[in-house]
Design a protein around this ligand. Structure first.
Ligand SMILES: NC(=O)c1ccc[n+]([C@@H]2O[C@H](COP(=O)([O-])OP(=O)(O)OC[C@H]3O[C@@H](n4cnc5c(N)ncnc54)[C@H](OP(=O)(O)O)[C@@H]3O)[C@@H](O)[C@H]2O)c1
Length: 302
């Protein structure tokens, strides 16, 4: 594995860059500059979602970044996500027809003709979940999405698609870092040929989502072992963030760090000049603490 543009296969036609740029919690004031700076820093994958309410400004950043770097649309991988609705929040699940419309609306806000990957953001669709998945397959057939997948789906949600005899998702975007390693889900995904995409890789940083209203629900057990990451990062002469992101790509997961800080943006994509040795990978394998913390307000698998 070498070079920032290393990629992982998604399906027979598409591969996903190993390092992408996350856009959750990037405001509309910041998005255009942040996305264009990320493209200039070398990112070739932008991960967004209608739920982040910044698609229009993310789209402006994509255009600005491509132009500044003399790149074309084909040089960039863009992920967008369907907000599926959530009956538990009084938000009616999207029907198949609404799913197609939602994708069209996202494309229009982003100013794109297609996305490289379109995901169902969470398995909240209930009775509509399979209808939403069928709609994504239709979007793939019509060329509006080069590949299609899901996010926050657990084993039973994937089994539901298999039991319906439908083509399986190309990817499942899930929270993955040393504290949330999900070995059973990953094994299940591997059996179905579903690629893992890791979000919130930087959860173990002591500074992760510490702003008011961004509670991350870290347990005391988690907080107690964060010096291990500091010590390892020092050993390799990299930052803790680089160590955590390298853990992801070294395991074969595409990662999606978000940063508004230009130095960190560059640092987070610089993951291929070192490798975590077997001893440290084995130690990190023992640090699994369960399901994850990024969805502090509730288990997205329900
Ligand atoms: N599918 C889903 O349900 C789902 C859920 C969550 C996230 N995601 C996707 O995954 C992306 C990444 O996840 P995330 O945004 O939750 O968190 P993340 O990328 O793991 O962490 C972002 C936080 O870490 C800080 N940071 C970034 N680089 C750093 C560095 N080198 N050193 C120290 N601090 C650093 C950032 O602050 P600064 O900006 O100040 O650097 C920010 O506070 C999202 O943006 C989104 O695209 C998807």
């Amino acid at each position: 594995m070498s070079g920032a543009q290393t990629s992982f296969a998604l399906n027979s036609d598409t591969s996903i860059p190993a390092v992408g740029f996350g856009t959750y919690l990037i405001s509309n004031d910041d998005a255009e500059t942040a996305i264009s700076s990320a493209i200039s820093a070398g990112y070739r994958h932008i991960d967004t979602a209608s739920g982040y309410r910044n698609e229009q400004t993310v789209g402006a950043g994509i255009r600005k970044g491509l132009q500044a770097e003399g790149l074309t649309r084909a040089d960039l991988f863009v992920t967008a996500k369907l907000w599926p609705g959530n009956p538990a929040w009084g938000d009616a699940p999207k029907t198949g027809a609404q799913t197609i419309k939602e994708c069209d609306a996202s494309l229009s806000r982003l100013g794109l003709d297609y996305v490289d990957l379109y995901l169902i953001h969470a398995p909240y669709g209930g009775d509509m979940r399979l209808e939403q998945w069928r709609a994504l397959l239709e979007l793939q057939n019509s060329g509006k999405a080069r590949s299609v997948g899901v996010s926050n789906f657990n084993e039973s949600h994937l089994d539901e698609i298999a039991a319906a005899g439908l083509p399986m998702p190309d990817a499942n975007q899930i929270e993955l870092h040393p504290w949330s390693q999900k070995p059973d889900l990953l094994a299940h995904m591997a059996r179905y040929g579903i690629a893992p995409i890791a979000y919130s890789s930087l959860v173990p940083l002591s500074t992760w989502r510490t702003e008011p209203g961004q509670d991350s629900a870290k347990t005391d057990e988690m907080k107690a072992d964060d010096t291990a990451f500091k010590n390892m990062a020092n050993k390799y002469g990299v930052s803790e963030a680089q160590l955590l992101l390298r853990w992801g790509v070294q395991n074969g997961y595409a990662v999606l760090p978000k940063s508004l800080n230009p130095d960190r943006m560059r640092q987070n994509i610089d993951l291929f000049s070192f490798a975590i040795d077997e001893t440290d990978m084995a130690l990190m394998a023992t640090m699994d603490r369960g399901d994850g913390v990024a969805w502090a307000s509730g288990d997205p698998s329900k």
